[in-house]
Design a protein around this ligand. Structure first.
Ligand SMILES: Cc1cc2nc3c(=O)[nH]c(=O)nc-3n(C[C@H](O)[C@H](O)[C@H](O)COP(=O)(O)OP(=O)(O)OC[C@H]3O[C@@H](n4cnc5c(N)ncnc54)[C@H](O)[C@@H]3O)c2cc1C
Length: 296
């Protein structure tokens, strides 16, 4: 199918984009990589009267390390994030997760601002941002504000952005690593074909002391409900003592007890819960192995 008719604007500044969005009201839509929006238009699930193309907007395509945080412009493409040495050095989990996002052609167009605004609970990047305490900068004609992603992700495809707000940047604070400890992270997902949306997935960040005690942990879940999820209960299990395979199994069980994965043709909720449990176990074990290798 073809998309319904729409007007098209291609501003060159964030200020102009914000003005157009404010004037266009709820009928206007921002276009970034188009990898989610264009299929929605073609299927006529969305019919905006105005598309505001962000691709010509200056200053949204850089990655900078500044004041203990990584700042990614909203238009930074998935493939750029995947190959960027600053990202690999400071947030290897994000680099790793990018390898699971769709196919190279889609990663060459899709943007970090787009996947964050789209808020798909089955998407890889939102989970990693949640586990990394990331924030977004939202700009509008009314000014600028920062929103923590935990407050941003409201429900499936729904954020707390106002209709006139544009994400201009995603900010990820550097990971604090306690002296004498080592950190490892891992992203694991299962899809029938590489590049498809996952049936279920999980990510883990594990800090271990030289004595093998887990000093801190984060556990994120993909496709576990209506929004990206993080399991504090699973982290608490890991943080309760010396790391072991048994603790990893228990953390995976705890993480998936109360989740509500959505069922579809690829799997019913019970099957998906089992997949997420196994992916959580693998993510935790692999993250701990990486931390152990750094201690040794
Ligand atoms: C075949 C296929 C397979 C895919 N597989 C995966 C996958 O496995 N995992 C995955 O995570 N994704 C997958 N995707 C989606 C892809 O990652 C998209 O890039 C991403 O979801 C949206 O990014 P985008 O830049 O293309 O946004 P767009 O499609 O341009 O926009 C998406 C939404 O976000 C809004 N938006 C965009 N930018 C901003 C901004 N700066 N501020 C505010 N709102 C904004 C738009 O108005 C729109 O509502 C797939 C896509 C396709 C076509």
């Amino acid at each position: 199918m073809k998309p319904p008719l729409f007007d098209y604007e291609a501003p060159s500044t964030v200020e102009d984009a914000a003005r157009l969005l404010a004037e266009g009201g709820e009928d206007a839509k921002l276009l970034a990589g188009g990898q989610s929006l264009i299929p929605l238009l073609n299927l006529r699930f969305a019919a905006p009267s105005l598309l505001i193309d962000l691709n010509g907007v200056d200053g949204l395509g850089q990655i900078r390390a500044e004041d203990g945080q990584l700042r990614l412009g909203a238009l930074v493409r998935h493939s750029t994030v995947a190959g960027d040495p600053l990202v690999a050095d400071r947030h290897p989990l994000l680099s790793e997760a990018m390898g699971y996002v769709a196919h190279p052609q889609i990663r060459n167009r899709g943007t970090i601002g787009g996947t964050t605004a789209h808020a798909d609970p089955a998407a890889e990047v939102p989970v990693v941002l949640l586990m990394s305490d990331a924030r977004v900068v939202a700009r509008s004609t009314r000014g600028r504000r920062e929103i923590g992603v935990d407050d941003l992700f409201v429900s499936i495809f729904t954020t707390s952005l106002e209709p006139d707000e544009i994400i201009s940047e995603v900010i990820i604070p550097d990971r604090a690593v306690e002296p004498g400890t080592a950190v490892g992270s891992s992203f694991q997902e299962f899809a029938r074909r590489h590049g498809d949306y996952a049936i279920g997935g999980a990510a883990a960040i594990v800090h271990l002391g030289p004595d093998g005690v887990c000093r801190s942990a984060r556990v994120g879940l993909l496709g576990a409900g209506m929004r990206p999820e993080e399991s504090r209960a699973a982290a608490a299990v890991l943080e309760s003592g010396t790391f072991s395979e048994r603790a990893a199994r228990e953390a995976a069980a705890v993480a998936t007890t109360d989740i509500s994965p959505l069922g579809n043709v690829h799997g019913d909720p019970d099957y998906r819960r089992e997949v997420i449990r196994e992916m959580t176990f693998r993510a935790v074990m692999t993250a701990a192995d990486k931390a152990k290798a750094r201690i040794a």
